[in-house]
Design a protein around this ligand. Structure first.
Ligand code: F6R
Length: 642
């Protein structure tokens, strides 16, 4: 419970997002349906502050963050500068941190990030920009940090501090162990932080081990603090920070002591908060069928009892007396929820021909369906739904796979060199092979892959994909490589989705007129490609919605490479036999460039086939623990209504 009056700044978000105070919350927080809508409001708060200060003829001192969280806020500020004449002439900025050592010119530097996302596009005076200098010599570093701190003080402190949060609970780069009163200093980065940064640096080995960061004390002296957190990967740390005890092990918990802080969250980032995850524990609920299922699954997991064995006492003893009072007898509810889960299981993901389908996840007609499996990278199809893919082909449906991006960025230099050398043996006169060989041998950190290199890397992934789809029995003409242009920047930072991307998607859907679409609803992908690919599908569905054939098109979302649906969210569970598990493994093996320590591993060091098997096995075990039949593995899907 936030034990104080809310400030005017905090209250201002109440209308727009979802604000509720329960006894668990120690930091004011507001939940938004989308991070875009939330970022626009935060940008508006900053713009209002700049303008108020301008009217008072005072500088507006902003503490700024880098990373993926504030990008949309900066984009909106730039828009306001161009379209609403928002001026930054009275703005002084202090950035939270910078890697150390780090060259300003390096595209991975926060210096580069800030100019690329904000400073190059607004009228801020260059002398008013302060970013810790990653080029300071080690001898001068201590004094440099003291001076940085003093400079903030000389302006009367920060008027506003924008923050993201790391999975370690860091704010700035104040890693676990940081002192509540710490000032600007150099710090050694936590291993988890380096893992999270690995994708921007094309591998963890390139991530600096140190950084310069403002301290917790520096941040806490800001008059107003807004922390942004988006996505499922932040859910645990957001809960620990908002509901946990104050501790140097989760430095962000020190914000509990600040009296004008707001956490701005999207739905996924808020999903572990008690009031979101188990609302029945903190308030009276309106019991929809979905909430009932969620609560019953939770109770079954908590008590380690199958659903059909849950008693009235289990409900009462575990904070669910409200639900019990509503339904009367636990057993009736147990049976209803058990049946709901039971009906999600099907060995016929394309629908079972000639059978009654009222309680099946898919329609039986048409018996032979046209199907598109959208795969963001060339391997997500088999990693996430290889077993279902196999079933659909085996059951005679017309299956198409569409690889949305070329995935060239995830092919290592060594792999590329290997193929270029083989190609040179076959054709010694080839200039492109020798160009690729030269480039790959001499590539340095800042070099962006030239077109030939990207082409070869993309080609490697194409041919691996064809290996896998042929193995699953798909004719080559049913495999579509879309190479969506938003991906083709040669760097981790992708372009924006444009009409060209959407047109490519729409053309394919219109051409095939599918009865089923499968797509990755896997939003924890560390650098966002899955999210953009899903957005491209949602936009395409919106544009095609009025076409007749779309009335007959159902969309199923899979997950798998990074995380899995919760049991209560699953609407179609496709069981696999041990033989099918092996077949799926084999299909994943065709993606050789993604084996043995891939470039974009995320925080999970297991290979993709191991992760996939572990997840599918875990889903099967969860179903079994809930009292359903015991299978070797299960692939899970949730329907998307458009
Ligand atoms: C960045 C910074 C960090 C990030 C945090 C979250 O200047 O200080 O604390 O805010 O690591 O990063 P993203 O936003 O990329 O998830």
């Amino acid at each position: 419970m936030i034990n104080r009056e809310m400030t005017r700044d905090e209250i201002s978000y109440k209308e727009a997002g979802k604000f509720e105070e329960t006894r668990c919350e120690k930091i004011h927080n507001v939940i938004f349906d989308s991070s875009v809508e939330a970022s626009i409001l935060v940008a508006r708060e900053i713009a209002n502050l700049i303008q108020t200060k301008e009217e008072l003829n005072e500088p507006c001192v902003l503490g700024l963050a880098t990373g993926s969280s504030p990008i949309k806020v900066y984009e909106e500020l730039v828009r306001m500068h161009y379209e609403e004449k928002l001026s930054f002439k009275n703005v002084v900025t202090f950035n939270l941190d910078e890697y150390y050592p780090m060259d300003k010119e390096n595209i991975q530097s926060y210096f580069h990030f800030m100019h690329d996302h904000l400073f190059n596009y607004v009228d801020i005076l260059p002398e008013n920009i302060n970013i810790p200098d990653g080029g300071a010599s080690s001898q001068e570093l201590l004094q440099y940090c003291i001076d940085y701190e003093m400079k903030i003080k000389s302006y009367g402190g920060l008027d506003f501090q924008l923050l993201g949060i790391g999975r370690t609970g860091h704010i700035g780069f104040n890693e676990p162990g940081s002192h509540i009163n710490s000032g600007t200093r150099s710090i050694t980065l936590d291993h988890i932080t380096r893992i999270d940064a690995a994708s921007s640096f094309l591998g963890i080995d390139n991530v600096p081990r140190k950084a310069i960061t403002m301290g917790i004390g520096t941040v806490r002296r800001a008059k107003r603090i807004v922390l942004l957190a988006w996505g499922i990967s932040k859910a645990e740390i957001v809960k620990d920070t908002i509901e946990g005890e104050k501790s140097s092990q989760v430095p962000a918990t020190y914000l509990q002591e600040h009296n004008n802080t707001t956490f701005i969250l999207d739905r996924d980032a808020s999903s572990e908060l008690t009031r979101v995850k188990t609302p029945w524990l903190v308030k009276s609920c309106f019991w929809s069928d979905d909430l009932k299922l969620k609560a019953v699954v939770w109770l079954s997991e908590l008590t380690k009892k199958p659903i059909l064995k849950l008693t009235d006492k289990d409900y009462n003893n575990n904070g669910m007396s409200g639900l019990l009072a509503e339904v009367g007898i636990a057993y009736h509810l147990n049976i209803k929820m058990f049946n709901k889960l039971q009906h999600s299981i099907t060995g016929w993901p394309g629908g079972k021909p000639d059978s009654e389908d009222t309680n099946r996840p898919e329609r039986s007609l048409p018996a032979k369906k046209r199907i598109i499996i959208f795969s963001p990278h060339p391997d997500d199809d088999v990693i996430s739904m290889g077993g279902t893919f196999d079933r659909l082909v085996e059951h005679g449906h017309e299956v198409h796979v569409a690889y949305q991006t070329s995935g060239n960025l995830a092919v290592s230099n060594e792999e590329c060199l290997k193929f270029a050398e083989v190609s040179e043996i076959l054709n010694p006169a080839s200039t492109s092979s020798s160009t690729i060989i030269q480039f790959s041998k001499n590539k340095s950190k800042n070099d962006i892959d030239p077109v030939e290199v990207r082409k070869l890397k993309g080609g490697i992934r194409r041919s691996e994909s064809l290996g896998a789809t042929r193995y699953l029995g798909l004719p080559d003409e049913n495999v579509h490589f879309l190479d969506l242009p938003f991906y083709e920047t040669g760097t981790v930072k992708k372009g924006k989705l444009t009409d060209t991307d959407i047109k490519i998607m729409c053309d394919l859907i219109e051409d095939i007129k599918p009865h089923q679409i499968y797509a990755a609803g896997d939003l924890a992908d560390p650098h966002g490609t899955h999210k953009v690919c899903l957005d491209s599908l949602f936009e395409s569905l919106k544009q095609l919605k009025s076409k007749k054939f779309m009335d007959d098109c159902w969309v199923w979302l899979y997950r798998g490479a990074w995380h899995e649906w919760e049991s209560w969210q699953i609407e179609m569970a496709v069981p696999m036999s041990p033989d099918q598990v092996l077949k799926k493994r084999h299909a994943i093996f065709y993606h050789q460039s993604q084996k043995d320590g891939v470039m974009f591993q995320g925080d999970d060091s297991r290979e993709f086939w191991v992760r996939a098997e572990d997840r599918n096995r875990a889903t099967a075990i969860k179903y079994n623990d809930l009292g359903l039949a015991e299978y070797a593995a299960i692939e899970a899907f949730k329907r998307y209504f458009f």
